[in-house]
Design a protein. Structure first.
Lengths: 331, 549
């Protein structure tokens, strides 16, 4: 078999195994949260009978292993269960005809919004960071290099909400160029949606640029002492071409990995920015669901986050393997 | 306007070490006419590469030209702007590096790297220059010249890469090429092909060249004139024939004399003696592929068996089988007539103690964070159980044996030692176990000739004093001549010939041994010319090896 395909299949299998283990960890962790949905929703004045009835209704009275297996079986068939919070508790008074909202229905639009924000951010941040890294490597130890390093470090070291407010101040309040609220709707046109997403995307760009830019710079500079870079210089190749054509293709593996980590962060870790801009992403949904112990939603969110991490790292692995000509073109 | 293509006057070059600038070249003159080949020779650290690069107006990071003048075809390279120099490099001045495998970019195909300089300098178009590249590959007798350029560097062998790099240097038909040790990393049969190719193409296009090497016999074939450097100073310069026949300086004479070291023959071993190490019918595999086939030889007490062959012939694999790192698939290894467990993990401490190794790269074989005393002390403690003052005393004795004063060196780190000194530490570490048998794996191939000779003499003396047996892995026949009692010639995992040294260097040989012997350059400037005449240009080196198998 082609070695690349073999490696990819191995990594895929490993990814699935990881996801399975993570699902156990998620389920166990969520079950360890103090209190449950019934207590959370009924409040302090709940009678034990009412709590027990809701538990029975939601299946919370079964033992954890059974519930895990049911959940896993459902998840494997694409059924992530029903949201507790959106359930119609008419069933509680004997009428079981109430329509229940599935977790999938609840998460889907939020997840789409999160992916949109992550996509817009990536489209700005990745080219920006890589270009900045290449230029910093080309003009290493110059004023430009130092300014780029210090400003990206400053932005990554500042709290996200602070960066968000600074951007709001300059781009929404002092110069009303962009809306400071990112309340987007399902039937919004692409242009308007993009405009509303721009401020959170710029904030996140400031957060993720530093890693990618510094890794690009370091990976390239690391190669500049190689004999083939010296050879390119001795062939009279222009410095910019030496970096972009000779160093960058060999420096891709570490750069791709850092990009993947940052993209995963954009999907899973942006709740603060969502709150500041009132952006209806999955992060807010996740935090709200934890608050009211809406376990199916929490578990589904966790699973999506884990899958995003695994998938992006897997993609990064495969791309860095493909960036190695020794593996692409075996002897 | 002078009639020199390159004119360097009183060139001074410095390199930064820590915060100070240390001199590398102390005022050397170098001139080169159009179409002339100058050989630049010296040991490592003599500054040959630095001087060669300075002729291109180029300095590596941490190196600067601090004085003198460098002129190329009337252009002052020291006052030229970076952009002016860039216009010359690749177009009118080209460079061929020591390791083509490292100097070709692994991410691009050979032909794309070949056409880069002509296209970027606007000399010719891509397709035109690719066609010319294929023509050059054909001239340099690369196999499949029409297709080889479309491969990536890792898909092409070292000798072929070196020729492809020579072709690449020729891409813009430069006036000057700097060859920086282009054959040092190659086997003799590959080297001879590359040498023939380089010489042919330099003559055909009347290109001037500076040929940098530490190998006198090689430079004798390539250069019209030879300049000898020692620690940044010029020792002497003369045309090749004069230099070879009548060197005037003591240092040059000592370089010439190195090859004279040869141990006298020892009396034959008694027929009933038990060998110290006996390799019997060993077949070994990496994965499912057999790489050694039925290898057998004996090594007797106080004797040296040289195992000779090219890279990939199975020399080091044989060593791995003897040490138990690679248990053979079939066959046995005996120590003093007793079979050794094949896997080193099953051997007793006593059995492990008797078989020691000295490695090719002393740099990587010594732990850089341990002092010399700790490095040598470790086997003293592990095998001999000595501690405290007894251990210190033993370490001092061992350092005395390798001729390094203990009081000066015992607390130093490997990085504070020269290459030859590090290799001596490697020897002391092997001796610390008080073994009967030591495997020396290419122990001198990374060293300069004078230093290598010192190591060989030390090993010979230790053998006489301690009655050691050596298995000496090498691809260098001069080393074999110097130290071996018996020779085992290997090719493709098979022993093709074995016997006492004096028989090996006398005809008739096995055809492969003959090829190996005749491919070693001699100090005769006509050697390559005569060999090419005798054998024909397509019947040397790897081509001849391929015909044999």
């Amino acid at each position: 078999m082609n070695p690349v395909i073999k490696i990819i299949l191995q990594r895929l299998a490993l990814g699935l195994l990881t996801l399975f283990i993570v699902s156990i960890v998620i389920f166990a962790a969520v079950n360890m949260l103090p209190g449950d949905f019934a207590e959370a929703i009924l409040g302090q004045g709940a009678t034990p009978e009412a709590v027990a009835a809701i538990r029975r209704d939601l299946g919370l009275d079964q033992d954890p292993v059974t519930r895990y297996l049911q959940w896993l079986a459902g998840a494997l068939q694409g059924d992530l269960g029903n949201s507790f919070a959106q359930a119609n508790f008419a069933s509680f008074v004997g009428d079981d005809s109430g329509v229940r909202t599935t977790v999938a229905q609840q998460i889907a639009p939020r997840f789409a919004n999160t992916m949109f924000l992550a996509g817009v951010t990536a489209a700005i941040a990745v080219p920006f960071a890589v270009t900045l890294g290449v230029l910093a490597a080309l003009y290493r130890n110059s004023v430009f290099d130092k300014v780029a390093n210090i400003s990206t470090l400053t932005s990554i070291s500042s709290p996200e909400f602070f960066l968000a407010y600074v951007l709001i101040l300059f781009l929404a309040v002092l110069n009303p160029l962009l809306p400071s609220l990112s309340n987007i709707y399902a039937d919004m046109g692409f242009g308007e949606r993009l405009q509303k997403t721009l401020l959170p995307a710029l904030t996140l760009t400031l957060v993720v640029t530093a890693h990618m830019m510094r890794m690009t710079r370091a990976a390239i500079i690391n190669l500049l002492a190689s004999p083939y870079i010296e050879m390119a210089r001795l062939k009279g190749i222009k410095p910019m071409r030496v970096i972009v054509h000779h160093a960058l293709p060999n420096a891709l593996a570490p750069i791709i990995n850092v990009i993947a980590l940052n993209l995963a962060y954009l999907i899973t870790g942006v709740v603060v920015v969502e709150v500041v801009f009132v952006y209806p992403g999955i992060g807010q949904l996740f935090v709200d669901s934890v608050k009211i112990r809406d376990i199916p939603v929490v578990q589904a969110c966790c699973l999506i986050f884990a899958a995003a991490y695994i998938l992006l790292n897997l993609t990064a692995d495969i791309l860095s393997i493909l960036s190695n000509p020794r593996l692409r073109h075996p002897k | 306007m002078s009639d020199f293509l390159v004119e360097m006057r009183d060139v001074r070059i410095e390199g930064r070490s820590d915060e100070t600038w240390m001199p590398i070249i102390n005022g050397v003159d170098l001139t080169l006419k159009k179409g002339e080949v100058l050989g630049l020779i010296g040991e490592s650290g003599a500054g040959k590469s630095t001087l060669g690069l300075a002729a291109m107006g180029f300095c590596r990071d941490g190196v600067r030209i601090s004085g003198g003048s460098v002129t190329f075809d009337g252009i002052d390279l020291l006052s030229a702007s970076a952009e002016q120099k860039r216009q010359l490099l690749g177009k009118r001045i080209a460079y061929v590096a020591q390791s083509a495998a490292a100097s070709f970019n692994p991410a691009h195909k050979l032909i794309d790297q070949h056409t880069e300089a002509p296209v970027q300098h606007g000399v010719s178009g891509k397709s035109e220059s690719a066609a010319d590249g294929i023509e050059l590959y054909r001239k340099l007798r690369l196999p499949n010249p029409d297709e080889i350029g479309f491969r990536y560097p890792h898909q092409v062998s070292g000798g072929q890469l070196q020729r492809a790099m020579t072709a690449m240097a020729m891409a813009c038909r430069p006036d000057l090429i700097i060859f920086d040790e282009p054959t040092t990393a190659l086997d003799v049969t590959t080297q001879i092909e590359v040498l023939a190719s380089i010489r042919q193409i330099v003559e055909e296009f009347d290109t001037a060249a500076i040929y940098i090497t530490h190998d006198l016999a090689v430079v004798a074939q390539m250069a019209d004139r030879i300049k000898v450097l020692l620690k940044g100073d010029e020792v002497e310069e003369a045309d090749t024939r004069t230099m070879l026949s009548t060197p005037t300086q003591e240092y040059t004479k000592s370089l010439w004399a190195v090859r004279a070291f040869e141990r006298p023959d020892k009396p034959p071993v008694a027929t009933d003696a038990t060998p110290v190490i006996s390799v019997q019918g060993v077949t070994a595999a990496y994965g499912t592929v057999d790489v050694l086939h039925d290898v057998s030889f004996d090594i007797h007490a106080g004797r040296t068996v040289a195992v000779v062959g090219e890279s990939g012939s199975g020399k080091s694999t044989t060593a791995r089988c003897i040490t138990g790192l690679l248990p053979p698939r079939i066959g046995t290894i005996e120590l003093d007539g007793e079979p050794l467990p094949l896997d080193y993990r099953k051997r007793s401490k006593e059995q492990l103690r008797q078989v020691q190794m000295i490695y090719q790269m002393a740099d990587t074989a010594l732990n850089p964070r341990k002092t010399i005393g700790e490095i040598i002390g470790r086997p003293v403690e592990f095998y001999m159980g000595l501690r405290g003052s007894a251990k210190r005393k033993r370490v001092a004795e061992l350092m005395d044996q390798i001729e390094l004063p203990a009081d000066q060196y015992i607390d130093r780190l490997p990085s504070e030692l020269s290459g030859g000194q590090k290799q001596r530490i490697g020897i002391a570490r092997a001796l610390a176990a008080e073994p009967k048998f030591i495997i020396c794996d290419e122990v001198t191939s990374a060293l300069d000739q004078l230093v290598a000779e010192g190591i060989l003499k030390l090993l010979a003396r230790l053998q006489d004093e301690l009655g050691l047996s050596y298995m000496f892995i090498t691809h260098d026949l001069a080393t074999v001549r110097a130290i071996a009692d018996e020779v085992v010639v290997m090719k493709d995992g098979l022993v093709v010939e074995q016997g006492p040294k004096r028989d090996m260097f006398k005809p008739p040989h096995h055809a492969y041994t003959d090829l190996l012997l005749s491919s070693v350059p001699e100090m005769d400037p006509d050697w390559l010319t005569n060999l090419l005449k005798e054998r024909g240009v397509d019947n040397i080196g790897d081509a001849a090896v391929d015909k044999m198998s």
